[in-house]
Every structure is written in structure tokens, then in C-alpha cells.
Write a protein that binds this ligand. Structure first.
Ligand SMILES: *[C@@H]1O[C@H](CO)[C@@H](O)[C@H](O)[C@H]1NC(C)=O
Ligand SMILES: *[C@@H]1O[C@H](CO)[C@@H](O)[C@H](O)[C@H]1NC(C)=O
Ligand SMILES: *[C@@H]1O[C@H](CO)[C@@H](O)[C@H](O)[C@H]1NC(C)=O
Length: 230
């Protein structure tokens, strides 16, 4: 934020500029130090500078150029603008249809890190959508007689046009003509029915975990260095 604390850390060093030329018996003296300049950087490490000038004595020749002495201190602006960066994409949500064409969504968050202190927002979309479940749906058997369905043994399809063996519920093979035996198979991470829970490719997931751990390690180190520095 504006007016953030600027920390003066290490008295740097005196820098003498110019050379004293032709000034013999000096009876002059240094003037008062001027005001410190503001920090030269609005973010991170910068310098504050102040200056004083030599005033020649009466017997000294006038100097063609001002003879000055500069003092510098480091300063540190803490609240650097931080641009937002997207998290990794989340898992795909369920397809809106198990067969006959649907869509599924996934999302990501601008929190890795979030924008801070006037940094830029993440560019690009928060949501991603793709087509899924393109296989054609099976047809309802002709003249299907619903009275053959036993609620204890059979799953009644959502369209109420047929039922199927309840063992076929969530077996990743569509039986219902509306695909409803393969819908709603994942609820809050728990599987329903007979689906074997598998997430993407193993190598991809391992890669993500390694990246996540690395990110945490690097961030921790970075924060530590930052704190030590202050
Ligand atoms: C932050 O984003 C702005 C605008 O997109 C860009 O100009 C700037 O270089 C970025 N800063 C960093 C530290 O990436
Ligand atoms: C359905 O089956 C029941 C008994 O199995 C029978 O009584 C009924 O007539 C059948 N309905 C049709 C429309 O075939
Ligand atoms: C109902 O379930 C039973 C036992 O699981 C199965 O034998 C039968 O074929 C099912 N009925 C239909 C219409 O799928």
C-alpha cells in the first residue's frame, strides 16, 4: 500500500565524488546535510541518498563545479505488487450425460499466489468446458414391460422407460436408454455402485504432487530468506 514502511537497514558507505583540485589551504567546511531522498525503488531494495556541499574558505579559490559529498543508505519497500497466478486445473466434473453427448467442466483459482498490492489479476478463464460422453445411448428394448422390474434387484432408469440389473449401476457401461445408470456415480469423492475409482494417469498425478511439494519448499525458503533479510 501507499506510505508503506520503508526500512532503513544497513548504513551503506560514504561515497566521495569528485576530486579536490587545486584547493590548497582549506579553511572552508562542509555545509549541512540535505534531506534524504525518498527510496529509489518503489518495491524491493533501493537507496536513500543525502548530500552536502563544500563551502570554500575565504582564501580558497572559487570552484568551477560544486564539490559534494554523498551518503547512501539502503531502504526496502516491503509491499511489492504481486501478480496473481492460476492454480492447477481441478478435476473434471461429471459429464452432463453418460451417453449421447454432454459437457463437463473444471475450474481453477487465481490463488497461486493471489494478486496483492496492486499486482495484476490472472489472465484467462477460470472455467474450462469440454464435450464428453459422445457414445450413442442404447435403445429401450421394444415393448419393455416395467412390471418386470423389482425395486430390490433392479435400477429403474430415470426416464422410467426401462430398468436394469442393479449390478449394472455405475459399472461404466451404459445400460439405460437415457444413460442414468451411469450418472451421479461420484458423490463427494465416494463411489457409488461398482465403479473403480481411478484418477487420471498415475504419472500425471505423481508429477502434480512433486510440483506441489516443490512449490511449498521453495515458498518456505523464500519467506525465510525474506524474514531473515528484514
Ligand atoms: C505483472 O503483470 C504486469 C502486467 O501484466 C507486467 O507488466 C509485470 O511485468 C508483471 N510483474 C511481474 C513481477 O511478473
Ligand atoms: C406386463 O407383464 C405383466 C405380468 O408379467 C402382465 O400382466 C402385463 O399384461 C404386461 N403388460 C404389457 C403391456 O405387456
Ligand atoms: C432385475 O434384476 C434381476 C436380478 O439382479 C435380473 O436377473 C433381471 O434381469 C433384472 N431385470 C431387468 C429388466 O433387467
Amino acid at each position: 500500500m501507499e506510505g508503506a514502511m520503508k526500512l532503513t537497514l544497513i548504513p551503506a558507505f560514504f561515497v566521495l565524488c569528485c576530486c579536490l583540485q587545486g584547493v590548497a589551504q582549506s579553511r572552508g567546511g562542509w555545509g549541512e546535510w540535505g534531506e534524504f531522498s525518498g527510496c529509489s525503488k518503489s518495491c524491493g531494495m533501493g537507496l536513500r541518498t543525502r548530500m552536502r556541499s563544500w563551502y570554500p574558505g575565504e582564501n580558497e579559490p572559487a570552484m568551477e563545479e560544486p564539490f559534494t559529498n554523498t551518503e547512501q543508505f539502503t531502504c526496502y519497500e516491503v509491499d511489492c505488487p504481486q501478480n496473481g497466478t492460476w492454480s492447477m486445473w481441478g478435476m473434471w466434473g461429471e459429464c452432463t450425460a453418460a451417453c449421447g453427448g454432454g459437457q463437463r467442466k473444471r475450474h481453477r483459482d487465481c490463488n497461486n499466489p493471489p494478486p496483492a498490492n496492486g499486482g495484476a489479476k490472472c489472465k484467462g478463464e477460470k472455467f474450462d468446458e469440454e464435450d464428453c460422453g459422445p457414445e450413442p445411448c442404447p435403445e429401450t428394448p421394444p415393448n419393455f414391460n416395467m412390471s418386470k422390474c423389482d425395486p430390490k434387484k433392479n435400477f429403474t432408469c430415470k426416464n422410467n422407460a426401462m430398468c436394469t440389473d442393479s449390478l449394472h449401476r455405475c459399472d461404466q457401461k451404459v445400460q439405460c436408454s437415457d444413460g442414468s445408470d451411469e450418472m451421479g456415480c461420484f458423490k463427494r469423492g465416494y463411489k457409488i455402485g461398482h465403479v473403480h475409482f481411478s484418477r487420471g494417469t498415475a504419472s500425471g498425478d505423481r508429477m502434480s504432487s512433486v510440483l506441489a511439494v516443490l512449490t511449498v519448499l521453495v515458498s518456505t525458503w523464500y519467506i525465510k530468506v525474506f524474514i531473515d533479510y528484514r
